[in-house]
Design a protein around this ligand. Structure first.
Ligand code: F3S
Length: 374
């Protein structure tokens, strides 16, 4: 890989040990993937934030790291709502460890908004190179916003954030952004059906670039759910819904392929994977108006969206449901070993493996009905 003089200097340690280590990671990655150069990025997003997932080793790694990020950088969800952790039943030892992790990230100059929907806070430009780690956000940024990012790991996204650059390979390059399998659905889909579709299609297409044709164009929330689920059950990082030359290989999906809904009895209902948009909060508020929950109902969103949706949150919480920020049902210890109902294909995939929770999926309306006992 060709490095500029400035990049060589960073690699030689002239900008400090943290940037030197970061450059070593980027160069190693670039060599593995045969990148010819580094490209400047406009933002980064770091995964590996919850104490539940990174534990003591992650905290120690962060404690030894000094330096300042070179581009605007945000964090993925952590293990608790920073204000409502008591309500979530999080113990004080966990809180202390979690807050230490957040402080370490803040000392690196990172904006400690902990969300998997960083694009609601700061949407990348069409065509911008970015370095994001959260797989659902990667799918959304590449496919809906037209930005360019690979599925970064926590360390590689942090390295890119510190240097402000990433190796030019994978989804940064035009030739890898061409759809290579058509996915046809000749039946009506709406809302959570897109998460169910993504759950099924991700397993089938794995890491390919699917191009969808739908009877009606999905909205942004539906595309978010589709991409998140495909990124979880496959490793899809980019998909298309544009009408262009269709790839020759065709996958026909019928209604039975996406019938993942079930009506078991949950101990807890959790919505907001990925974190709810304002329009999703509005839908939930509408469904809850005049009702009371009889099973705990939690709704995950970002602090940014919550801060702009206070009247919707009041309506939601009048039912006894609770809106939480900074965290989610998968990375928080609060939802472990509980029978969990979700409206998300991604949470359906990760609930059993990451929370040891029996997890089943319903539509948003079905989840609200279950939480309200009717
Ligand atoms: Fe976000 Fe957690 Fe789902 S990070 S995409 S709500 S698993």
């Amino acid at each position: 890989m060709q490095l500029t003089k400035d990049e060589e200097d960073i690699l030689a340690g002239e900008s400090g040990a943290a940037k030197q280590k970061a450059m070593e990671i980027l160069v190693a990655l670039g060599e593995i993937y045969e990148a010819e150069k580094l490209v400047p990025i406009e933002s980064a997003q770091i995964a590996g934030v919850s104490y539940k997932t990174i534990g003591e080793a992650g905290l120690e790694y962060l404690t030894e790291l000094n330096g300042t990020v070179a581009v605007p950088t945000m964090l993925n969800p952590m293990g608790m709502d920073r204000n409502k952790w008591g309500q979530m039943g999080i113990d004080e030892t966990f809180v202390e460890k979690q807050l230490s992790i957040i402080t370490r990230y803040e000392l690196l100059g990172i904006d400690a908004q902990c969300t998997c929907t960083p694009y609601y806070v700061n949407a990348p430009r069409y065509g911008a190179h970015i370095s994001w780690a959260e797989s659902s956000a990667v799918a959304y940024a590449n496919s809906v916003l037209g930005a360019r990012t690979n599925r970064e790991g926590g360390p590689s996204a942090l390295a890119a954030a510190l240097v402000g650059k990433t190796p030019d390979y994978g989804y940064h390059r035009d030739e890898n952004r061409i759809p290579n399998i058509s996915v046809r659905t000749d039946f009506h889909l709406s809302g959570s059906d897109f998460g169910a579709l993504g759950y099924a299609v991700g397993k089938m297409v794995k890491s390919r670039v699917p191009q969808f044709s739908f009877l009606a164009p999905p909205n942004a929330d539906e595309l978010k759910a589709l991409g998140a689920a495909m990124a979880a059950t496959g490793s899809v990082a980019l998909f298309s819904t544009e009408k262009q030359t269709m790839p020759r290989e065709v996958l026909e999906i019928d209604r039975s392929d996406v019938d993942v809904y079930s009506s078991d009895e949950p101990e807890v209902v959790v919505l907001g994977c990925p974190h709810c948009s304002r329009s999703e909060l509005a839908e939930i508020a509408h469904l809850l108006d005049g009702r009371k929950v009889v099973i705990p109902l939690w709704i995950c969103t970002s602090r940014f969206v919550a801060g702009r949706s206070s009247s919707l949150i009041s309506r939601i919480e009048a039912s006894g449901a609770c809106v939480i920020c900074d965290t989610c049902m998968i990375v928080s210890p609060a939802f472990e070993k509980r029978t969990m109902m979700v409206n998300s294909g991604k949470a359906l995939e990760y609930g059993p493996s990451m929370c040891n929770s029996a997890t089943f999926m319903g539509t948003t309306a079905g989840c609200i009905a279950a939480a309200c006992g009717a």
